[in-house]
Design a binder for this molecule. Structure first.
Ligand SMILES: [Zn+2]
Length: 95
């Protein structure tokens, strides 16, 4: 990272904070922690862990599903819909 994460001003390697806006540059440890947090929030395992650790698992699961649904494209939504309808039709014919 050669630019200030806050204002975008050119970063000076020897400085620990931005000369322009005064914000402290993130350290390597902070960047790694940030990366791990991002990974935990966006990977399937991280999501699953979050649901399991939540006090209200059902609510957490619903929130995650809603999040997944909003990030899906229309084509993906349609595909899922078709799959659900197909499975539903199969179940109905078997019963
Ligand atoms: Zn700055």
């Amino acid at each position: 990272m050669s630019k200030c994460p806050s204002c975008g001003h050119e970063r000076i390697k020897t400085e620990t904070r931005c000369l322009e806006c005064g914000v402290f540059y993130p350290t390597i440890a902070e960047l790694i922690a940030e990366e791990e947090a991002f990974e935990a929030a966006h990977s399937l395992r991280g999501r699953w862990k979050k649901i399991l650790e939540s006090p209200d698992r059902k609510q957490a699961l619903l929130t995650e599903l809603k999040l997944v649904w909003t990030t899906l494209s229309n084509t993906a939504r349609f595909t899922l819909f078709v799959i659900f309808v197909f499975v539903f039709a199969l179940i109905i014919t078997v019963l």
